[in-house]
Ligand binder design. Structure first.
Ligand code: G6P
Length: 611
């Protein structure tokens, strides 16, 4: 949700800011802007409505140079995505420039106060108020960092901000409250960003700013203090992600690249989270051990979007393989109710970014009520990682496509191994069964490779059906969460309407939607529910729906499906991952055939850091 970048050094900041914004565009792409301080000391501002390309073209035609600057790519909260609402925002006298990720909750009150004081506001945003508030303090003779610190105590809500002022042209001030900010350390230059991928070409040494901290970043130094004004020693972390991890590497879209990365990601996850000798899971868990968690009475799993589907899958894995009662909730709902939590209940938060506002709020509620919190997360140093008592990393590398793919299958693999390990510790599984489950996981990377090699059929179906505007996805038991995820993937990137449903519920409503030619994507597993699925497909077929059947046993679909996608044979417990990959490809090719912007679907953002 909005990307922030900043640079201070000896070389020109403009290309660095643009490159950073390009790498952060997945966080928002309504408008973009940068400000740099020129050699003569004048602030130069450029902002453009729409995607980053507009700003790039404008800067190509009319370049701006300077060795310090900040930039922003926006996902609109307050005010329409127009140029006047694009960041950076400035104070009235143009002495202060601010970029902001988050939301100012006392916006109305602050706006009224500033207007009453005679302030001329030029945008509808909450961010502009921050710039005015800081500038007023500068006018009163307060130094820049102190002015920012004072304002941080006045604004409520969530924010990551970067501030630049021509009065202090050697420094960037950044501050955070519940919105991520990272400082990157270079040689004779330093950077700030809302996310690590923006920094990968420049440095691997970073400082994750904590909540209620402010940093003064110059070319050669970083000084951190709390909002109370206490100095804090910076803690430097080393990023392990490969420099090219956030590049497209020849693929047309990040999403396609990330789909193809899945075999590698799963192999690496297995290497990290299993004992290769015994062929048993041995989760590399930071914090509390799996043993400690195995004694819980109940698990309450929560997340948003695709991560919520991971929670549904985790419930199936954990209930089936470890026999721990597991409940699932949307994080946004959980935070609004009074969940039955407490010391015997383990909170399981699943999140790719570790920064989703609702997931973090739900996590806090669980902890406040005495539950321990286990996070499954992809981004090291993220807020969830810091909040949780224990964390398992999904090690999927940076995921840039807004629609989650490799992070999702990474989450599935981790929660599967977690379930097997919990099952072992609780005596539900013996070592032989656990080892056979791990071996089934070990076959997955190659099975996915075969599926990817054989993706032509999926492309053909996608091309044939790409003009369809309504789709139904059906699955049962192990494949029900995957049906939901398949439908979500399609709707978020192709804008076709798609519903995921447990097949058994079809007769209770969705069957009314069936019309001749409506595509029904039916996931047929190898378990005992296959016969029931076949009956549901019959019902859809009898109403002239167009059936696309997925199964590793294509004969189950003989005479039933118009299109059959044969998947590699796998066990009932591991085949959901194969179905998930096939549906990612289907969504991708349909969206591409419809000419959609696959990596940056309209109105969406990768990381939803506001409520
Ligand atoms: C947004 C993204 C989804 C993602 C969800 C949760 O809606 O578009 O792809 O699944 O947020 O994000 P998280 O980072 O918590 O997994």
């Amino acid at each position: 949700m909005c990307g922030i970048i900043g640079h201070v050094g000896t070389t020109c900041s403009t290309p660095i800011l643009l490159d950073g914004l390009r790498r952060l565009e997945y966080r928002g792409y309504d408008s973009a802007g940068i400000v740099v301080i020129s050699e003569s000391g004048a602030p130069l501002l450029r902002r453009c409505e729409g995607k980053l390309r507009g700003l790039e073209n404008s800067l190509f035609e009319n370049p701006m140079t300077g060795t310090i600057g900040i930039g922003h790519t926006r996902w609109a909260t307050h005010g329409k995505p127009t140029e006047r609402n694009a960041h950076p925002h400035r104070g009235e006298n143009g002495r202060v420039y601010v970029v902001h990720n988050g939301i100012v909750e006392n916006f109305a009150e602050l706006r009224e106060r500033l207007l009453a004081e005679g302030c001329q506001l030029t945008s509808d945003t909450d961010t502009e108020l921050i710039a005015h508030l800081i500038e007023k303090r500068l006018d009163d003779g307060v130094k820049l960092a102190e002015a920012v610190r004072q304002v941080c105590r006045v604004i409520r809500g969530s924010f990551g901000i970067a501030v630049l002022s021509a009065t202090h042209p050697d420094r960037l001030i950044v501050a955070r409250l519940r919105s991520p900010l990272v400082v990157g350390l270079g040689e004779n230059e330093n950077f700030v960003a809302s996310d690590v991928p923006a920094l990968l070409p420049y440095t691997r040494r970073v400082i994750y700013l904590q909540d209620e901290q402010l940093a003064v970043v110059t070319r050669t130094a970083v000084a951190i203090q709390t909002f109370d004004g206490k100095a804090v020693a910076p803690e430097v972390s080393e990023i392990k992600w490969d420099r090219h991890a956030a590049e497209k590497e020849g693929f047309r879209h990040y999403m396609l690249k990330e789909i193809y990365e899945q075999p590698r990601v799963l192999r690496e996850l297995l290497a990290i989270h299993t004992d290769r000798g015994e062929r048993l899971p041995r989760l590399d868990m930071v914090g509390e051990s799996v043993d400690g968690l195995a004694h819980c009475n109940r698990i309450l799993a929560f997340g948003c979007g695709t991560a919520w589907h991971s929670c549904l899958m985790a419930r199936t894995f954990i209930e089936e393989l470890a026999r721990i009662p597991t409940e699932v909730d949307y994080a946004s709902e959980l935070r609004g109710r009074r969940p039955f939590a407490g010391p015997g209940v383990l909170g399981l938060a699943i999140s790719q970014s570790g920064e989703t506002a609702d997931t973090l709020a739900a996590a806090m509620i669980m902890r406040k009520q005495g539950s321990r919190l286990l996070g499954i997360c992809n981004v090291e140093g993220s807020s969830l990682v810091r909040e949780a008592d224990s964390v398992v990393h999904t090690h999927s590398g940076p995921e840039i496509g807004v629609a989650s793919t490799k992070a999702f299958t990474g989450q599935l693999m981790v929660s599967f191994l977690l379930a097997v390990e919990l099952g072992l510790r609780r005596g539900v599984l013996d070592k032989d069964r656990a080892a056979s489950l791990v071996r089934a996981c070990e076959r997955l990377p190659e099975q996915i490779e075969n599926l990817l090699l054989d993706s032509e059929k999926i492309q053909q179906i996608a091309w044939e059906l790409h003009q369809k505007t309504d789709w139904l996805y059906l699955g049962r038991r192990w494949l029900y969460p995957i049906a939901l995820e398949g439908a979500l993937k399609l709707k978020e990137i192709s804008y076709a309407h798609a519903e995921g449903y447990p097949a058994g519920e079809m007769k209770h409503g969705p069957i009314a939607l069936l019309e001749p030619g409506l595509p029904v994507v039916a996931l047929v597993g190898t378990g005992p529910s296959a016969d029931k699925m076949r009956a549901n497909i019959q019902e859809a077929k009898a109403r002239d729906a167009l059936i696309i059947g997925l199964s590793s046993e294509p004969h189950l679909l003989d005479g039933l499906a118009h299109h059959v996608l044969e998947l590699p044979a796998s066990r009932v417990e591991t085949e959901p991952i194969l179905h998930a990959v096939a549906l990612q490809l289907l969504a991708y090719y349909v969206a591409d055939a419809r000419g959609c912007d696959v990596d940056q679907p309209r109105n969406l953002a990768k990381s939803v850091t506001v409520e």
